[in-house]
Design a protein around this ligand. Structure first.
Ligand code: ZN
Ligand code: ZN
Length: 347
């Protein structure tokens, strides 16, 4: 397909502008995809607000957006299994496929990963079209729309967190933070049969949503001391704690909330790389501390779970911005964090 497309690029902290680029041509093994929905992620907001994300500092313009759902527009050479018009979810990371990690199936740890909206990796999808390797694209069943397709990306993080935690029926869990990742984690825990889920946040709207999607109780940290609460539970704590806020306070708190032999999973990414963790509490309880980095091999299962109705994924969306308003939309999201639970961009 020939022609130009509109692209919103970040050029610095709190700076985004419109530009035009050629519509890319799909190379060998690639698809040209027309975007329909792209989720706005916390990491997009960090980049926009600070002009950087942790150690990732753009050295030039960067296109944000890495949670894409869309429709196949053109199929590149040597692609099988896709045709024009297929609705798909796109997994935004493209691993090298040949290194040690990739060969072990741990491709999220590939040192040569090319992930959307990461400096010097690949551009994000705040653009009308993108090209992507077909083997990182996943067809959506008829009853899963492309907005859900976009949201498979954060859902995959929740899947990975629950898997690493080895979460199982009959356990108890605390989820610290009820933003998008906290909410999808609650949904996945619930779907795995865990009923005793305690959600913690400081924003009322998010706490209501946490209850709606499966939390047994949702506590506002301004009113309730979660450390005191868990001491009233059998064993004085929970089996599993998921830190999804990416904050120093909640990371430090997490080990205090498990019962003996419990497990902490650090899901959120803190802005500061070096922070205090309560190793004393963790050791005294022979607790387990796990970290996760994105996800791997989970798109098919996540799509299937949404199709089967196990995960009420779309209910987390609080705001839909038109693509023509994406710059204002991202700014609104940054300035109104307590209002926006999850925003998506509609093309
Ligand atoms: Zn994301
Ligand atoms: Zn690799």
């Amino acid at each position: 397909m020939e022609g130009k497309m509109k692209v919103a690029v970040m050029t610095g902290a709190r700076q985004m502008e419109w530009t035009e680029k050629d519509i890319p041509k799909p190379g060998k093994g690639e698809l040209l995809v027309k975007l329909e929905y792209v989720g706005v992620c916390g990491s997009d907001l960090h980049f926009y607000e600070a002009g950087r994300l942790g150690n990732w500092v753009p050295d030039g313009p960067l296109v944000l957006g890495h949670e894409p759902g869309g429709v196949v527009e053109e199929v590149g050479p040597e692609v099988t299994g896709f045709k024009k018009g297929d609705r798909i979810a796109i997994e935004p990371g493209v691993p090298c496929g040949t290194c040690d990690m990739c060969r072990k199936g741990l491709y999220n740890l590939c040192p040569d990963m090319s992930f959307m909206a990461i400096p010097n990796e690949r551009d994000g999808v705040f653009s009308e079209y993108c090209v992507h390797p077909a083997n990182m694209c996943f067809k959506l069943p008829d009853n899963v729309d492309t907005m859900e397709g976009a949201l498979i990306e954060p859902l995959a993080v929740g899947f990975h967190a629950a898997k690493v935690a080895e979460a199982e029926i009959g356990q108890s869990a605390v989820v610290l933070g009820c933003g998008c990742i906290g909410l999808v984690t609650i949904m996945v825990l619930k779907a795995r049969g865990i009923e005793e889920i305690y959600a913690v946040d400081m924003i009322g709207k998010r706490l209501e949503k946490a209850k709606e999607v499966g939390a047994k109780e949702a506590f506002n940290a301004k009113d309730v001391n979660i450390e005191e609460f868990v001491r009233t539970l059998p064993g004085g704590g929970v089996d599993l704690v998921f830190e999804t806020a990416g904050a120093e306070f909640t990371t430090r708190q997490s080990a205090k909330l498990i019962k003996n032999g419990g497990r902490v999973v650090l899901v959120g990414m803190c802005a500061e790389p070096e922070i205090v963790v309560d190793i004393g509490s963790l050791s005294a309880k022979e607790g387990d501390l796990k970290t996760i980095f994105r996800y791997r091999n989970l798109y098919p299962a996540a799509i299937k779970a949404v199709s089967e109705g196990t995960i009420p994924l779309k209910s987390i969306v609080s705001h839909i911005f038109e693509f023509k308003d994406v710059i204002e939309g991202v700014a609104y999201n940054v300035d109104n964090k307590s209002d926006v639970i999850k925003a998506v961009v509609k093309y």
